[in-house]
Ligand binder design. Structure first.
Ligand code: CBF
Length: 798
């Protein structure tokens, strides 16, 4: 089918399709249908409209003999898909109209969809934005990951403490996936390797099946649809008949239970090396299944494995799929008989690796014991890769296997054609730190691709008011070409336009205020600055710097309650890894501070602190359009890029931030005068750490900081347990690795500049509008074009 002939869908067509699915797919009448039935019927009606373009994309890829991109990621934080699909297929008016006619509320129906949280944070959400941009650009691509039964845990608070409960997205009906029982691969673990006539033969001890589930991912206007293929683990034999016949029913069910463990739960942390055998199993499971699938597809078109690098580009999203290197070599060498060097060369021609963090604890390593037990043949291959690399680079002093550990970063680097960082600063630091030696040996390998976010979800869909204003002003070309937002710039000094911009923000804030009231019983003043920090809880992200400043601010307001304070609502949201106790203490502290500060009649109308539970993609979509101020306050050198920072800027929230990750590039683009900069640079951070007693010195130099810390230490926020936060106070006044104290004074200064700037509302609106107009470069379409040109050598077909 040709794109030009995509059927036009009217409101009536869509209504009929919904009613038809309601009856024939779900067996319900409009009278008996529940919200979930309507949501499923609407989703199926929308999904039907993707299928033709999906087939067409596959056909055209085969016809063109095009190179395919495969994005391997442990995480795809896709969130809800229904509204996204409706928006991309441009069916919003029809869907609203059809539901209206059926007496249904659009927001209620799309809000019924579970938020698929198959990821932890930045890296997983980036993967989801990339899939959408790949489809928008018509790049033949496929995402491969794990179909976790339970995604990221659900967070609630009990007396301010984080409580975790399993996430259950699959218990509610899910409309988007197509089960593919025919795409099933047997994946082995453990066992032994024998030598048969000079050939290594791996005999695994345990095997499971990987079964595919496909989700279509439609790009903008539905012109191209790619696939997200997630693997579910299944037992080779569903149950053990012998045990069953003996009456051992539990034993009979064991094979299935054991197999399913592999795809049962998402590890709730992407920055800590888990050291768990199950994690390595998960990594091998989905990577091995993906590679087998890729080779099967390749074999259906070509006979010569030498063509692989020109037809296949595999992107390793962090080191999690790094086992792809040895596994691809094994498949080509052991199973297809290619000479080892050829197999290694071909694998190196196909694989590429994205590094997402320099945090030492996040650079995966596996003990040789665990690795060798689970993947004995792969350990041998790792050694051969290492030897081959050492032979070709005799000056190399490090190796993949060192200190009885297998270093997955080294392995990924050596096996990759290109290695990329995710912001200019991060890429530079990669060259100077973790990969210094490898970079010196292979200076052409490291390239930068600064992250981006999809404008369809993160502006068009989540912020309809601002989107309409933009479209009214410059027409709708910006949706597929975000840099066209620059065309807004001449309008920022037009008072009438600026009023409309301010009105969109005001209305978004009013919506958020009503939602906070309806769902959380919280009353906020929409006239206050909405100051938002939403992200994973981590010491390097410094939510504790933010709450310290809030405490100092509260104390200062109390000192002088009648001064002209700019009212502020500080909103936090984010999950802490269940085993990260310090981060959980920070959550509790913020909740305790919120309880005390919000109950203070003297300050109540000037400062409010809120910690919203269960941060997820849907909550981000609600908060970001209503934000006035974006908190991006990590210790310089620690946040590889950030993508929340881009979403806020795009939606007109200036940043208060450090020169870290992509903040640097955001500031360059939006202009220094539209960004509240504070804090040390990455170089200064290193120098400051070397100063003896740096925290004590910073505290002595800033009475506000000293007083805020003292209040925490004295139990002002935890009266029934005064030493509850002794740990935090000790940490901050002791070694304070993340330099919260050293950056405090400058952060305080920047925040007061924010207060002053916000008081001049038209100047603030101008600043917000310039953030929108100048953030177009942070589209994931731009990022994906960069990957296509610099890393994959792939072409778009639309
Ligand atoms: O590149 C995407 C994001 O990845 C992280 O979340 C990660 O490593 N898990 C980084 O921490 C972010 O800076 C980055 O934006």
């Amino acid at each position: 089918m040709n794109i030009a002939t995509l059927p036009v869908v009217s409101r009536d067509n869509l209504r009929d399709a919904i009613l038809s699915h309601l009856a024939y797919s779900f067996g319900k009448t409009p009278e008996t249908a529940q919200t979930q039935d309507w949501r499923m019927a609407l989703s199926y009606a929308v999904r039907d409209r993707m299928v033709e373009a999906w087939f067409d994309a596959t056909r055209r890829t085969y016809d063109a003999g095009a190179k395919r991109v495969y994005y391997l990621s442990m995480e795809f934080l896709i969130g809800r898909l229904l509204e996204d699909g409706i928006v991309n297929l441009q069916l919003l008016d029809q869907a609203r109209g059809a539901l209206d006619e059926l007496g249904l509320d659009f927001a209620n129906i799309v809000g019924d969809e579970p938020d698929a949280a198959l990821g932890n944070g930045g890296l997983g959400r980036l993967a989801a934005c990339f899939l959408e941009s790949l489809s928008t650009l018509g790049c033949p691509a496929m995402g491969y990951g794990i179909r976790y039964e339970h995604g990221l845990f659900q967070q609630s608070f009990a007396e301010g403490r984080q409580m975790e409960a399993p996430e259950t997205w699959l218990l509610q009906r899910h409309a988007w996936e197509f089960e593919r029982p025919e795409s099933r691969y047997r994946i082995g673990f453990g066992g032994s390797v024998s030598d048969e006539a000079g050939k290594a033969v791996w005999t695994p001890a345990v095997e499971v099946d990987a079964e595919a589930f496909d989700t279509p991912i439609a790009g903008w206007q539905g012109k191209w649809v790619n696939t997200l293929r997630l693997w579910s683990a299944r037992a080779v034999h569903p149950f053990d008949l012998d045990s069953f016949n003996r009456g051992d029913f539990e034993g009979a069910a064991q094979p299935e239970a054991l197999a399913r463990t592999i795809s049962r739960v998402l590890y709730p942390d992407d920055t800590t090396e888990q050291g768990k055998e199950l994690r390595l199993k998960q990594e091998f499971f989905f990577t091995a299944a993906a590679l087998r699938d890729i080779l099967r597809r390749f074999d259906s078109e070509y006979d010569d494995p030498g063509l692989l690098p020109s037809k296949v580009a595999v992107q390793l999203n962090d080191t999690h799929p790094a086992i792809a290197g040895p596994e691809l070599v094994r498949l080509l060498h052991d199973e297809r008989g290619l000479p080892f060097d050829d197999a290694m060369g071909i694998a190196q021609g196909c694989l590429n690796y994205t590094n997402h963090t320099l945090l030492p604890e996040a650079l995966e390593t596996w003990s040789e014991g665990v690795f060798g037990k689970l993947l004995p043949r792969h350990l041998q291959i790792v050694d051969r890769i290492d030897d081959a690399h050492a032979k070709a680079n005799p000056s190399r002093s490090l190796s993949i296997r060192a200190d009885h550990q297998v270093h997955m970063g080294e392995l990924s680097f050596i096996m990759a054609n290109r290695v990329n960082g995710v912001s200019a600063l991060h890429t530079g630091l990669m060259k100077e730190t973790v990969f210094e030696e490898l970079h010196a040996l292979h200076p052409e390998k490291i390239v930068n691709q600064t992250n981006g976010v999809t404008p369809r979800r993160w502006l068009l869909s989540c912020n309809p008011r601002l989107s309409s204003l933009i479209t009214d002003t410059i027409s709708d070309g910006w949706v597929a070409d975000l840099e066209r937002l620059q065309e807004l710039e001449p309008h920022v000094d037009d008072a009438a336009w600026s009023d409309r911009y301010a009105e969109a923000k005001r209305a978004n804030k009013a919506d958020l205020a009503s939602w906070l009231s309806d769902t959380h019983g919280l009353k906020v003043d929409p006239e206050a600055i909405f100051d938002i920090q939403i992200k994973r809880m981590h010491e390097y992200k410094r939510q504790h710097l933010n709450i310290l400043e809030a405490i100092a601010h509260w104390q200062e307001i109390k000192d002088n309650p009648s001064a002209d304070w700019t009212p502020r609502v500080k909103i936090f949201a984010g999950k802490a890894a269940p085993g990260y106790f310090f981060a959980k203490d920070i959550i509790r502290l913020i909740n305790d501070v919120a309880r005390v500060v919000n109950a203070d009649p003297e300050t109540r109308d000037k400062l409010e602190v809120i910690f919203l539970p269960n941060y997820n993609v849907t909550l981000a979509e609600r908060l970001i359009p209503a934000a006035d101020l974006s908190e991006q306050i990590s210790t310089a050198g620690k946040e590889a890029s950030g993508t929340g920072n881009m979403k806020f800027a795009l939606n007109g929230a200036p940043t208060v931030g450090t020169l870290d990750g992509a903040n640097v590039e955001i500031r360059e683009r939006v202009g220094a005068e539209n960004f509240f900069l504070f804090g040390m640079t990455a170089d200064e951070v290193d120098a400051r750490r070397a100063v003896e007693d740096h925290a004590r010195k910073a505290i002595e130099a800033d009475p506000r900081l000293a007083r805020a810390l003292k209040a925490i230490g004295d139990g002002v926020f935890s009266a029934n347990e005064p030493d509850r936060y002794a740990n935090i106070v000790e940490n901050l006044s002791g070694h304070d690795y993340f330099l919260v104290c050293s950056d405090f004074s400058d952060y305080w200064r920047a925040q007061r500049e924010v207060d002053a700037a916000f008081a001049d509302r038209s100047a603030w609106t101008r600043m917000a509008a310039l953030n929108t107009a100048r953030s177009g470069w942070f589209s994931s379409d731009r990022t994906i074009r960069g990957y296509m040109a610099d890393i994959w050598d792939a072409k778009g077909l639309v």
